[in-house]
Design a protein around this ligand. Structure first.
Ligand code: ADP
Ligand code: MG
Length: 377
C-alpha cells in the first residue's frame, strides 16, 4: 500500500519517452551528491539526459538546482557519485574535468554579456579555433538563428532585455557545445517578455538541435518549455517525466502540491464508491485504484478546474461548504471553500460568477478524468 497508484499510470503517458527512445544519452548522472560541511545540497541524484532534449530541473528555492547545474558545468566538484558527458567521465572519485575542458555552454541568469564588445564580438567570443572567415560565417549563422540578422555591429547596451537574451544564447551555442545549461534564464525579464522569450528560446534550442538542461522554480515555465521535467525537493529528485505526465500523475504529495494549485479531498474507499465531503463517486474516479484499498482513507488530488461551487440557493440539495477566500485573476476567480469536514479546496470560476466570502455553497466535482490520490498519512 506504500505506492500511489498514479505511479503506474505515469509510465504509459510519457510522450517524450517515445519521442526520444533509442536516442543516445548525452549526460548521465549516477548517485551525484554535494555536501557543504554538514549540509547536503544534492543527494544521490541519478538522471539521464538524451540527445536533443530539453530537460528542466524544477523545484523551490534552495532545493539544489544551481548546485546541480554547477556540477554539470564543472564549476563544483561532487562529493559523491559520477557524471558522464558523451560517455566520458567528467566527475567521479578519481576524475574531475574542469569547466574549460568540458564542451558545455552556459546561459547565465543575468546573461553576462561583455558590455564593451559588439553583438558580433560577444557571439564570436568562444570561437577561438576558427579562422576569421569561418568565425564570421558562424556568427552570421547564430545571429540568423536567434532572429537578429544584421545586428552584429550593435553595442550590447543598446539592446532590449529580450535581445540580450538572444545574444547570450547565440554566444553559448556558437562553439557547438555538447550540452547547453541555463540557470533561471528568464528571471531577469519582465512577465510579458518572459512568456514570449521562453517560447522563443525553446524554438532556438530545437532548431539548433542542442541538448539542454535548464533550471527554474517556475512551474509554468518548466511545463511549457520542457521535453521532460525533473522535480527536485530538498536535494532529491521526486519525479521525472514529460510535462503532462508529471502534472497529471504526480507520484508524491510534494510534486502534486508544487505543480498547480493542489488541494486534497479526504475520501473513504467503499466497495463500489468513494465517499468525500463533496459527494460519493464511482471508484473509477481514483486512477489505478486496487482492491487492497477497500475501507481505507485516501487523499484525492483536486485542482481548481476539477471543482465548481454553486451558491446554495441555486443548488439542488444542501450546501457542503463556505467560501473563505477569493482570488481575482482578471479572467477568473479562484474561490477557496472550506468544506463541512474541514478540507479546504479551490474552485475555478469565470469572472462573472460573483460569490461573497462567507457565502454557503455546494461544491461538486466537474473533472472528467480519473484523479491522482495518496494514502492518508
Ligand atoms: P537552488 O538553486 O535550488 O535555489 P542551491 O543549489 O543554490 O539551490 O542551494 C542548495 C542548498 O545548498 C541551499 O541550502 C544552499 O544554502 C546550499 N549551498 C549552496 N551553495 C553553497 C555553498 N557554496 N556553501 C554552502 N552551502 C551552499
Ligand atoms: Mg539557484
Amino acid at each position: 500500500m506504500a505506492e500511489s497508484a498514479s505511479r503506474r499510470h505515469a509510465d504509459d503517458t510519457s510522450r517524450s519517452t517515445a519521442e526520444f527512445s533509442g536516442s543516445d544519452t548525452v549526460l548521465e548522472l549516477d548517485g551525484v551528491t554535494k555536501e557543504y560541511g554538514a549540509e547536503t545540497a544534492v543527494r544521490d541524484l541519478s538522471l539521464s539526459v538524451r540527445e536533443g532534449e530539453l530537460l528542466t530541473l524544477l523545484g523551490p528555492s534552495g532545493c539544489g538546482k544551481t548546485t546541480t547545474l554547477r556540477m554539470l558545468a564543472g564549476l563544483e566538484r561532487p562529493t559523491g557519485g559520477t557524471i558522464e558527458l558523451d560517455a566520458q567521465r567528467v566527475a567521479g572519485p578519481d576524475t574531475f574535468v574542469a569547466a574549460e575542458d568540458r564542451e558545455i555552454g552556459i546561459v547565465f541568469q543575468d546573461f553576462a554579456l561583455f558590455p564593451h564588445l559588439s553583438v558580433a564580438e560577444n557571439v564570436a567570443f568562444g570561437l577561438t579555433d576558427r579562422d576569421e572567415d569561418a568565425t564570421a560565417a558562424r556568427v552570421d549563422e547564430m545571429l540568423a538563428l536567434v532572429d537578429m540578422p544584421e545586428m552584429g555591429d550593435r553595442s550590447v547596451d543598446q539592446l532590449s532585455g529580450g535581445q540580450q537574451q538572444r545574444v547570450a544564447v547565440a554566444r553559448s551555442l556558437a562553439p557547438e557545445p555538447d550540452i547547453l545549461l541555463l540557470d533561471e534564464p528568464f528571471s531577469n525579464l519582465d512577465v510579458r517578455l518572459r512568456v514570449e522569450m521562453r517560447e522563443e528560446v525553446r524554438r532556438i534550442l530545437k532548431e539548433a538541435g542542442v541538448t539542454a538542461v535548464s533550471v527554474t522554480h517556475d512551474q509554468e515555465e518548466a511545463l511549457s518549455i520542457s521535453d521532460r521535467v525533473a522535480v527536485l525537493n530538498d536535494g532529491c529528485i521526486e519525479q521525472v517525466g514529460d510535462p503532462e505526465g508529471v502534472f497529471e500523475h504526480p507520484e508524491s504529495r510534494f510534486v502534486a502540491s508544487f505543480l498547480g494549485q493542489a488541494a486534497f479531498l479526504s475520501a473513504r474507499v467503499g466497495s463500489d464508491t468513494v465517499d468525500t465531503a463533496v459527494g460519493s463517486y464511482d471508484r473509477a474516479l481514483l486512477a489505478g485504484l486496487t482492491d487492497g484499498y477497500q475501507g481505507a482513507m485516501v487523499d484525492v488530488l483536486v485542482r481548481p478546474d476539477d471543482l465548481r461551487a454553486a451558491p446554495v440557493a441555486d443548488a439542488t440539495g444542501a450546501g457542503n461548504g463556505t467560501i473563505v477566500k477569493r482570488q481575482y485573476t482578471g479572467p477568473s476567480f479562484i474561490y477557496h471553500v472550506e468544506l463541512d469536514n474541514g478540507d479546504v479546496v479551490r474552485c475555478l470560476h469565470n469572472h462573472a460568477d460573483n460569490m461573497a466570502i462567507g457565502e454557503p455553497v455546494a461544491v461538486s466535482l466537474v473533472s472528467d478524468h480519473a484523479l491522482a490520490w495518496y494514502p492518508t498519512e
